[in-house]
Design a binder for this molecule. Structure first.
Ligand code: SF4
Length: 176
């Protein structure tokens, strides 16, 4: 299994780890490859499942998402940001220049003409808006929530990986 956080807040990864002692059983059964959980940066082999947190707000997000599609048999988007952009997509209603001025200038009370927007070839280019994952690559499944409950995530994974029956209680369907 591999995981990544694109334009997300890591809340979905935190939820992934929130199954507490059951995580020990999972580690027995699942081998984590590229993931912030292992700090493995590149795929070293093909994976059964790729877990995607967050949507795409810059060119690096798109590159990483395409690499996951290429290296994973099944892609599962976890959380609202992966589904439709989530909180970062609030910027979709504001011109990008306005967002940059707000982030780099107005909070320091500089005049707009004196604001320096960082630009460097090593910095990923911002996209015109924030995209849900399905708008960039084909996704197989999504798990709704912000973040989804840990039990919900692992029930989906155990169903996908081991064919265990899948049923969800009302309290396991969660938005904070
Ligand atoms: Fe964070 Fe919610 Fe987005 Fe998950 S869905 S990355 S918890 S904002």
């Amino acid at each position: 299994m591999a995981t990544t956080s694109l334009a997300g807040c890591f809340g979905c990864h935190m939820s992934l780890l929130d199954i507490d002692e059951e995580l020990l059983d999972v580690v027995e059964l699942v081998d984590f490859n590229k993931s912030p959980l292992t700090d493995i940066k590149e795929f070293s082999r093909r994976c059964d499942v790729g877990i995607i947190e967050g949507g795409c707000c810059n060119s690096e997000n798109v590159e990483v998402l395409r690499a996951f599609r290429e290296h994973c048999d099944m892609l599962i988007g976890v959380g609202e940001c992966a589904i439709w952009g989530g909180l970062p997509a609030m910027r979709n209603f504001i011109p990008i220049e306005e967002c940059l001025l707000e982030a780099y200038g107005r909070t320091t009370e500089l005049e707009d003409s004196k604001v320096v927007i960082p630009k460097h070839e090593d910095l990923p280019e911002l996209l015109d808006r924030v995209y849900g994952c399905q708008e960039i690559v084909r996704m197989d499944y999504f798990i709704p929530g912000c973040p989804p409950d840990a039990r919900h995530i692992w029930k989906v994974l155990k169903h996908a990986l081991f064919g265990q029956p899948y049923a969800l209680t009302h309290e396991e369907f969660k938005y904070d």
